[in-house]
Design a protein around this ligand. Structure first.
Ligand code: IPM
Ligand code: MG
Length: 360
């Protein structure tokens, strides 16, 4: 019997609802595959602010460190939007990423045949899309200094952030990009703004320098504005994309939408060692929180990524991914992916049909 300690961070909004489904799924596959999951739950984001005054309590980070993997749902909500930055839910998430050294964020955007009609783009544009965005997650303008809002000599305020990358930061994410491309379609597109930004020029130079080490990967470069356009114009040209923190944030939302709903996409955040964090790409959706309307499938697919990347249980991961496809094949949909003739389910009901499928 394999033992795994999993830290659960349900967070805010729809977080607890979708996490409940994910935990049920883990219990079922644990039983089937003889895996023992020891769950420990901790607060992060708004719920942590309410109970402890901080978005990332030290105990939460410690619990994460003392586990085999971290499963996170979502953080944030209107209630905490006007707090000072150090007390915002988002600051807790950034602290978790930095605290665990999770510099590599893998965000797959694969269109499922069952959901082609849920995409806002035409069928022939999105059919067959299978992209992996490798986003740098602990550097760039999200973390660069100086940062802050400063008073100038005239008394006018000035807001400052700094986009900075060192060579070693670029190299390590570039390597993840190349290696990811090697395991996929062998194509890597690096996205930057080297026509304007010095930091991007260094980014491009380092990636180009590493390319000969990966002769089996076909490397290309795009500027971020062009990449955004190409992503909606002809997404099938992309296999693996590697990019910095801010550009990756933006492109991964756009890539997600190609697949019909951001409610379907999981992600993995990994460091060089220690536990990774597995979470849906979507946010806490405060507008539908507590209404049993959320789509739990991105959370469930994040469980599959956790099993694949952190716990080395690819067979179990496959089984969960297959079950998700089967549920869609049977015509079950949550509101975000609903289309004509399909059966509309709430979050809990979606969980139930998934468990049934997993057990059959
Ligand atoms: C994401 C989110 C976060 C980010 C926010 C919530 C801090 O948008 O994971 O993409 O910007 O990284
Ligand atoms: Mg984002």
């Amino acid at each position: 019997m394999m033992n795994y300690r999993i830290t659960l961070l349900p967070g805010d909004g729809i977080g607890p609802e979708i996490m409940a489904v994910a935990v049920d799924v883990l219990k079922v596959v644990g039983h089937q595959f003889n895996l023992n999951f020891e769950f420990q739950e901790a607060p992060i984001g708004g719920v942590a602010i309410d109970t402890t005054g901080e978005p990332l309590p030290t105990e939460t980070l410690e619990m994460c460190r003392n586990s085999n993997a971290v499963l996170l749902a979502a953080i944030g909500g209107y209630k905490w939007d006007n707090l000072p930055r150090h007390q915002r839910p988002e600051t807790g998430l950034l602290g978790l990423r930095a605290g665990l050294g999770l510099f590599a964020n893998l965000r797959p955007a694969k269109i499922l045949p069952q959901l082609i009609d849920a995409s806002t783009l035409k069928r022939d544009i999105v059919e067959g899309v299978d992209i992996m965005v490798v986003r740098e997650l602990t550097g760039g303008v999200y973390f660069g200094t100086p940062k802050g809002v400063f008073a100038t000599e005239t008394g006018e305020k000035r807001g400052v952030n700094t986009m900075a990358y060192s060579e070693s930061e670029i190299d390590r994410i570039a390597r993840v990009g190349f290696q990811t491309a090697q395991k996929r379609g062998g194509k890597l597109c690096s996205v930057d703004k080297a026509n304007v930004l010095e930091v991007s020029q260094l980014w491009r130079d380092r990636i180009t320098l590493l390319a000969p080490e990966y002769p089996d990967v076909q490397l290309s470069h795009l500027y971020i504005d062009n990449a955004a356009m190409q992503l909606v114009r002809w997404p099938k040209q992309f296999d693996t994309i590697v990019t910095g923190n801010l550009f990756g944030d933006i492109l991964s939302d756009a890539a997600a939408m190609l697949t019909g709903s951001i409610g379907m996409l999981p992600s993995a955040s990994l460091g060089n060692s220690g536990p990774g964090v597995f979470e849906p790409v979507h946010g806490s959706a405060p507008d539908i929180a507590g209404q049993d309307k959320a789509n739990p499938l991105a959370q469930v697919l994040s469980v599959a990524m956790m099993l694949r990347y952190a716990l080395e249980q690819p067979v179990v991961a496959d089984k969960i991914e297959q079950a998700v496809l089967q549920v869609l094949d049977q015509g079950y949909r949550t509101g975000d992916i609903m289309s004509e003739g399909m059966k509309l389910l709430g979050c809990q009901e979606m969980g139930e049909v998934l468990l049934k499928t997993l057990s059959s």
